[in-house]
Design a protein around this ligand. Structure first.
Ligand code: SF4
Length: 694
């Protein structure tokens, strides 16, 4: 018998696609896009089309497993009861020994963006004050930048870009990472709309755009300031600027006084003539939209880069214009009730709607909050009490974080490491206990996007594979075991129904934005939040002044420049003269979509002809790449239009015992604390050296 169910792709991806999955006699046989979803329009990318194989992969872990010695690879199948006894026993012992729950740490992020996965936070909240990873490795500086400028984090409906007469794609590669935006961009070009792609390298999107502007890494902010300077010089400012902005006069003074176009051209690599032409075109074309990607804010000056781009959009009068704006992402559709994870009721205005990593009220809760990007380093510094037990969920820090030597040191100090995942990973090698989790085809869930305005329910399509359980079921079971062993020891619920729990997350705020009467209506299919398609259309902003803030007192109070100013990125040294850039590949999202079927034999280092010549390298030759953090071997591939001062290494699965992040430290971005509680990961500030291997 054939049956069809509705699912949502839970990956950390712009598109958050709605899926129709089909089963035959209870076996998942196919997945396709849900045509009801007006943004993803019935299409899925190649990553989701692998889902059936992934669900039934022989490599999937189907039972709880215990490792006999970390990194030994000797895994032994155990029962859930034994696994729960091991976890609960460790929690109770540590709490008894230290008199509180702070030795218990949770390191969780976006392995599955479904709201019911917040059960892990809920479980830890139920244990008392614990140690948590907060922040984001992904986009923190940009989120703060937009929050300083606009007052909250919001963008137009992606379909609004269809009204644009000029589209600037700035450091974003939708041809690989947001494929559902591509038809709109290609249609726009067919209508004669110019699509200009700014990037550090000639990406797949650059290849499909009308124009490509190559920008030196980390200098995007200066380029935006150069454009703004031209707009001032040419008297192309928005005549209404004074009515809705704060501090534009001081900003204009700064541009006149401190921004020199020759210097801008020298630093950014974009000729003065091009800067002038592009700036005039941008200021004179209405509506004109900028879509800023995440890569340009993964620098130590990342927040300033985005603030400068926001300011450019405002100076030219594109903010609040249908088809205009500076788009980056949004949290406004994440208005879930937050009951599950035990959120403290006193959320900050900036964190409202952000469920993954909410800065908590330290007066009332004393959770120990460690930056997700400096987790190992900060956990090692915890002594009163030390961190003793670590639960890794929805993450693979040994394949994602920097300073791996600190992770290795932390692992040695921990009494117990639990990981919940679908497959073994670099991180599971360090674990004592592996808990098998369900895929999104095996549990209920609820999803919003950080890009479009759609919210939808994920239904279970098939029974859990093997003995896998959802995070919510695991959290209930741990709480049940704890309360069995020590009544009253965990406040998290000890059981329930996934569907009921899901419906409780659709509270009054969510009903309001979706225009629903009852939570049950969300079960009928994906719903678009009733926001206007254009962000800030009325030009009333959520900043303290209610205006677009060129000058932000909040930024200044946080020790940042009040205005968007140019701050250079880190410079290479003689010892490590090349920057390493590690963009996403079309087939992966970090290690979420890694599978052994697609593993490459070797790392491929993409070099410009200039870099290759400097090191006397040819395509196909082997190189050693190293810095003070580690070393990797791989193959050279020479390509035109790559940066002259950088090497590109895509995030792809490779048959290697060493992950790409062996070369990473943990430089922080300039912003991130305001909205996410910790700075972001400035991973584009990684520098290397290389040499030919014989
Ligand atoms: S990875 Fe992104 S584009 Fe691909 S199916 Fe999932 S949400 Fe859609």
């Amino acid at each position: 018998m054939y049956q069809t169910h509705r699912n949502i792709c839970p990956r950390n991806c712009y598109d958050t696609c709605s899926i129709l999955s089909t089963t035959r006699n209870g076996i998942l046989i196919s997945v396709e896009g849900d045509p009801l979803h007006e943004y993803t329009k019935g299409k899925l990318c190649a990553k989701a089309l692998e889902d059936v194989k992934k669900v039934y992969s022989q490599k999937r872990i189907r039972y709880p497993m215990k490792q006999r010695g970390r990194f030994s690879g000797y895994w032994e199948r155990i029962s859930w009861d034994e696994a729960l006894n091991l976890i609960a026993g460790t929690i109770l012992r540590l709490r008894e020994e230290y008199g509180n729950a702070l030795p218990l740490a949770l390191n969780k992020y976006s392995g599955n963006f479904g709201v019911l996965h917040n059960a892990m936070e809920g479980l830890f909240s139920g244990l008392g004050s614990t140690t948590r990873a907060i922040g984001s490795p992904c986009w923190s500086a940009g989120v703060d930048a937009q929050t300083y400028d606009f007052g909250t984090f919001f963008c137009s409906d992606p379909g609004d870009m269809g009204k644009s007469q000029l589209i600037w794609l700035w450091g974003v590669n939708p041809a690989w990472t947001a494929v559902h935006q591509m038809p709109l961009l290609l249609n726009a070009m067919d209508r004669g709309v110019k699509v200009v792609c700014f990037d550090t390298y000639f990406s797949a999107t650059a290849a499909r755009s009308s124009h490509f502007i190559q920008v030196r890494p980390g200098t995007d902010g200066l380029l935006a300031l150069g454009f703004s300077k031209v707009i001032v010089e040419e008297n192309l400012l928005d005549p209404d600027l004074a009515s809705y902005s704060l501090g534009h006069e001081e900003f204009i003074q700064y541009l006149r006084r401190d921004i020199d176009l020759n210097h801008c051209a020298e630093i950014t690599g974009v000729p003065v003539k091009t800067i002038r032409e592009l700036a005039v075109d941008y200021a004179k074309t209405h509506p004109a939209c900028i879509w800023a990607g995440f890569g340009l804010q993964r620098y130590t000056n990342g927040g300033q880069n985005l603030r400068a781009i926001d300011a450019l959009g405002a100076l030219a009068g594109h903010i609040g214009e249908p088809g205009g704006g500076v788009q980056y992402g949004q949290f406004k559709t994440w208005q879930f009730a937050g009951q599950l994870q035990g959120l403290h009721p006193k959320q900050t205005p900036e964190s409202k709607g952000l469920l993954k990593s909410v800065p908590q009220d330290k007066e009332n809760r004393e959770d120990r909050l460690l930056s997700i990007n400096n987790f190992a380093e900060q956990a090692l510094q915890c002594s009163d009490p030390p961190v003793k037990m670590l639960w890794i969920s929805g993450r693979n820090p040994l394949s994602q974080d920097g300073n791996l030597h600190l992770w290795k040191a932390l692992i040695q100090k921990l009494d117990y490491i639990v990981i919940s995942d679908l497959f073994h990973s670099m991180s599971s090698q360090a674990a004592d206990l592996f808990l098998p989790v369900t895929t999104h085809y095996e549990h209920w869930d609820l999803h919003a996007s950080y890009w479009h305005y759609w919210v939808g329910v994920n239904e279970p399509t098939i029974a859990p594979v093997g003995e896998s359980r959802s995070d919510l079921q695991i959290a209930w079971a741990v709480s049940h075991k704890l309360n069995q062993l020590a009544p009253g020891s965990c406040a998290f619920p000890t059981g329930g129904e996934e569907k009921e729990t899901l419906l409780k997350e659709v509270g009054p705020d969510m009903l309001e934005i979706l225009g629903l009467e009852t939570p049950e209506e969300i079960l009928n299919g994906p719903v678009r939040a009733r926001f206007p398609a254009t962000a800030w259309e009325n030009r009333r902003f959520k900043t303290p002044s209610g205006r677009f803030e060129f000058g932000s007192a909040r930024a200044e109070a946080s020790g940042l420049p009040a205005f968007p100013v140019y701050r250079p990125p880190l410079s290479p040294s003689e010892e490590f003269p090349l920057r390493l850039l590690t963009p996403h590949h079309a087939t992966t999202i970090n290690s979420q979509v890694y599978s052994s079927e697609t593993e490459k034999e070797d790392f491929i280092f993409h070099l410009s002809p200039e870099v290759a010549e400097r090191y006397a390298l040819q395509t196909g030759e082997r190189v050693l790449v190293w810095n003070k953090f580690g070393k990797l071997e791989g193959i050279v591939q020479i390509e035109n239009r790559l940066p002259r001062e950088a090497v590109i290494l895509y995030q792809e699965p490779v048959k290697s015992n060493l992950p790409l992040n062996s070369l990473m430290g943990t430089p922080n971005t300039d912003m991130g604390n305001l909205s996410l509680g910790a700075p972001g990961f400035a991973l584009n500030e990684t520098f290397i050296n290389l040499r030919k291997l014989n």
